[in-house]
Write a protein that binds this ligand. Structure first.
Ligand SMILES: [Zn+2]
Length: 269
């Protein structure tokens, strides 16, 4: 049975003793140390995939109880096939049947390695490719013929453009779904660009659990790359959204971030 890291939920057949993704400074090992699990063990514990509609043709998938970092995976339905964006750390026959009901999966892509989940397991069930950013391929803990690496911006499916802005990981990716958000465009931002509780704001980090920032130069670069895309709404990978004017929110938030790390407001501290 396939081995999964019990902390990040990423499938792993490397035989390594400690999950390299969790041992990295952007993640963490739990206090008791590395723990592995399997799909069978998760299923025996009552795990299932809960699917909720976020807007027409966009569904969130959550492993309940949590089997990964707690990400909100997304299924984007398009006439040219569906994208599974971010991947839950669990899958079972019921989840596959429910997704098949919604049109299946034509492509699998994660914004960065923390979101790989059991991506090959999902891809094989639908005979779909797994698109992996070339710059992050070293983080794959399981590979197979389904894996296709990519470097340049490209249309992962008709109407969905994937773009590597880097930041959190060198290959950190966002995906722009042009038909979403009532036709004004949706940015699936992963945590390349992370929504925050304050309405109309986002942020950028090297590590969220460990609060490691990025530099002003990198945040400016991310904001410039994102500004090349057309969208009105943003969904991050933990269920937060900027429902409108998200493109302006990214620009405004990058300016605020840069001002703080540059020291413009040090008198306030
Ligand atoms: Zn892990």
């Amino acid at each position: 049975m396939r081995v999964l890291c019990a902390t990040c939920g990423v499938e792993n057949d490397t035989g390594e003793e400690v999950c390299a993704i969790c041992a990295d400074e952007r993640q963490y090992l739990p206090p008791g140390g590395q723990r592995w699990t399997t799909l069978a063990e998760l299923a025996a514990g009552g795990c299932r995939i809960e699917i909720t509609e976020r807007e027409p043709d966009l569904y969130a998938l959550h492993a309940k109880p949590k089997a990964d970092i707690g990400q909100s995976a997304m299924l984007v339905r398009t006439p040219g096939g569906n994208l599974l964006w971010e991947v839950p750390g669990f899958v079972d026959d019921a989840a596959l049947a429910a997704v098949r009901e919604l049109g299946g999966v034509a492509a699998v892509m994660a914004s960065h390695p923390h979101m790989y989940g059991c991506q090959l397991e999902w891809a094989r069930a639908f005979d779909a490719p797994v698109y992996v950013a070339e710059k992050d391929r070293e983080w794959l803990r399981r590979t197979g013929p389904e894996v296709v690496t990519w470097s340049e911006p490209f249309e992962v499916l008709p109407g969905i453009t994937a773009l590597q802005t880097g930041g959190h990981f060198p290959g950190s990716t966002v995906a722009c779904w042009s038909a979403g958000g009532e036709g004004r465009g949706v940015l699936l931002s992963g945590d390349t660009v992370k929504a925050v509780p304050a309405a109309g704001w986002v942020t950028f980090m090297r590590s969220y659990p460990n609060d490691i920032p990025l530099s002003a130069a990198v945040v400016s670069r991310i904001a410039a790359a994102v500004a090349s895309l057309t969208f009105d709404r943003l969904y991050d990978n933990f269920g937060l959204t900027v429902p409108h004017d998200a493109r302006a929110a990214v620009a405004r938030s990058a300016e605020r971030y840069v001002a703080w790390v540059r020291g413009d407001h040090d008198d306030l501290t």
